[in-house]
Write a new protein. Structure first.
Length: 250
């Protein structure tokens, strides 16, 4: 995409919104929108890795999505199984690691088994990683991390009075070992995080597009990456400090 390497985000996270509305606008069942959404996943992951992105996180099923109609949830589970079956060979061929975020225990056993199988087969890969958020919510993640940290203090695994900083606390999150997202992309015209990676996105660039997820393609990804490249990431510093640290321009 003709962007300098230092302007390519290492980690891009996607809030894949609009599948159902895309289908309804075409007189289709909502499940058809989710199927179209999986095709957008395949091309977006491929294009992102080709551009130099190392981590792609996909908000596939939130902890609030259990409120949807039972028939839609059943369809989503079937689509998830189909996606894992079809993409396993792609992940292996292209050396892509699969990771997940969230509590998988409520999912059907066949879905959990399929996820575990692909994760086990790809765990040795490190250059490219797809992270799928399933039954994930940032608030639940934070509460779980706080409980786990408190339990470690209670059991003496962490000395009482040890200063708690972000580096230590982030190790208790579901995202432990995954770098914070540099860019968060949300489709379909909504402009909120919806309980997604709220702590990890503290310094992420946020990009919102009206394009529904099933229509998100190479051009839309190019626009998102160009937006990211145009941003000056200061992390609390001033522009002059950033320019001084980057050295004289060539």
């Amino acid at each position: 995409m003709n962007l300098p390497p230092n302007k390519i985000p290492r980690h891009v996270a996607f809030i894949m919104d609009g599948n159902g509305r895309w289908a309804e606008a075409r007189g289709l069942a909502r499940a058809e929108g989710h199927l179209a959404g999986t095709r957008a996943v395949v091309r977006t992951v491929e294009n992102a890795f080709r551009a130099g992105v190392e981590y792609v996180t996909l908000y596939a099923f939130s902890s609030e999505n259990w409120r949807r109609p039972p028939e839609e949830i059943r369809a989503l589970m079937a689509i998830m199984l189909r996606f894992l079956d079809e993409q396993e060979a792609v992940f292996l061929k292209n050396e892509i690691r699969l990771e997940t975020l969230g509590d998988l225990s409520p999912f059907p056993q066949d879905v959990r088994d399929a996820i575990a199988a692909v994760k086990a087969k790809t765990e040795k890969f490190s250059a490219r990683t797809v992270v799928v958020a399933l039954n994930y919510g940032s608030r639940a993640e934070t509460l779980r991390a706080a409980e786990r940290y408190a339990e470690d203090v209670r059991l003496g695994r962490v000395a009482a009075g040890t200063p708690l900083d972000w580096e230590r606390f982030s190790g208790y999150l579901w995202t432990a070992g995954v770098p914070d997202p540099d860019l968060v992309v949300r489709t379909s015209g909504e402009s909120r995080l919806s309980n997604f990676l709220m702590l990890q996105s503290a310094y992420a660039e946020l990009y919102f597009t009206d394009v529904p997820w099933p229509d998100f393609g190479e051009a839309e990804l190019r626009d998102a990456l160009a937006f990211y490249a145009s941003r000056e990431r200061r992390f609390g510093k001033t522009s002059s400090q950033i320019r001084a640290e980057s050295g004289p321009s060539s």
